[in-house]
Design a binder for this molecule. Structure first.
Ligand SMILES: [Zn+2]
Length: 363
């Protein structure tokens, strides 16, 4: 099994194109062509994790946080990142991360948090990412084949439906000129062909692949397609999740449940003004930028990590803000990696790191 075969599985779920501009998700050490003996899953790559990978003969380490974030000027063993890299290179390890791209898909980091809390009617708290309507014209006899190729490239998903398309029959005309090689019709003779116009909704990050599918599968020398940007963002990509508890809960009871589920050393939270909690917004990692969004969406509580003192003031008794810890909020992300890989390859050696990489302790 090659590294790329495994990272392709992760990226089919969380495409690298969805990562934030500042991020460095993807393969940061090793080679996509490398042969994988075993996979070790973790939240952070630390020296203890690298040692564990070597010991356990897992030569592919998949983490949520990328080992390398900033430019590296040398590989002297003066900081942990450099020491990890040198040891990884010396031991032929491949190191890969799915970070903000895993934050930005509905079933990703925040979706997993929501599942752990049993939230129903989940949707993305702050949808981001453009949607396009892609239309193209195919001779009727080939329309189904070309449409299928474009759908395989990742478009046509709307809500809980896949392979969505609209197809209308019509007549296309063209006059093949000198040096053309028409699929049908004759040189210098106006030709009319029964064609199908197909329209498919495509997210931005699948647009190039979809157009490539048209180019590679269309029988015409000059296939025609149109791209129109839709007004609304993609509802299934973006940050955070909002959903509902099946039954309203007492705020303190709810927070204690959160503490137990996520193994929080402490939860820092604003006043429990609401008598009951039912609508829950959350975001794995550092989600303070979504506080206003959670308030606007009328969430009773917003769970995330890394809230600063002044950010708690934004609650103003409209919402309960609860900082459950950055590591704690993302601790179940590695389960997503595990499920994605073992679903495709049930017998492949995939294991969780036993190292607790949380750098924060609570007294
Ligand atoms: Zn994080």
């Amino acid at each position: 099994m090659q590294v790329k075969e495994i990272t392709d599985i992760v990226e089919a779920f969380a495409p690298l194109a969805l990562q934030a501009g500042y991020d460095n998700a993807g393969l940061v050490c090793g080679s996509y062509a490398g042969e994988v003996q075993g996979v070790l899953l973790c939240t952070d790559v630390t020296e203890a994790v690298v040692d564990e990978a070597i010991r356990e003969r897992c030569n592919l380490v998949i983490s949520h946080h990328p080992l390398i974030f900033q430019g590296i000027k040398n590989l002297r063993p003066e900081n942990a990142v450099n020491r990890c890299l040198v040891k990884a290179i010396q031991n032929d390890l491949h190191i890969y991360a799915a970070h903000t791209n895993m934050d930005s898909v509905a079933g990703g980091v925040s979706g997993r948090m929501a599942d752990k809390l049993g939230l129903i009617r989940q949707r993305v708290l702050q949808p981001e990412g453009a949607l396009y309507s892609l239309s193209f014209y195919t001779p009727a006899a080939e329309a189904e084949r070309v449409r299928n190729a474009v759908l395989e490239a990742g478009g046509g998903h709307i809500g809980n439906y896949s392979r969505c398309s609209f197809n209308a029959e019509g007549t296309g005309t063209f006059l093949p000129l000198e040096n053309s090689r028409p699929y049908c019709g004759e040189l210098h003779k106006l030709h009319a062909e029964k064609e199908v116009k197909t329209e498919i909704t495509v997210p931005e990050y699948r647009l190039n692949d979809s157009i490539r599918a048209i180019r590679e599968n269309h029988p015409y020398e000059e296939p025609v397609w149109n791209v129109v940007k839709l007004h609304t963002p993609n509802p299934v990509t973006g940050l955070g999740i909002i959903g509902a508890l099946p039954e309203a809960e007492d705020p303190l009871f709810f927070l204690k449940r959160v503490r137990d589920i996520f193994g929080c050393g402490v939860i820092r939270h604003t006043a429990c003004g609401a008598s009951r909690v039912q609508t829950v917004a959350l975001c794995g990692g550092a989600g303070a930028s979504l506080i206003h969004r959670a308030i606007r969406e009328k969430a009773d509580v917003f769970l995330s990590g890394d809230f600063k003192y002044h950010e708690f003031f934004q609650a103003e008794n409209r919402i309960i803000l609860a900082d459950i810890g950055h590591y704690e909020s993302e601790r179940y992300t590695k389960e997503i990696f595990y499920e994605l890989i073992t679903k495709k390859m049930p017998k492949f050696a995939v294991q969780f790191s036993k190292v607790n990489t949380n750098p924060t302790n609570y007294l």
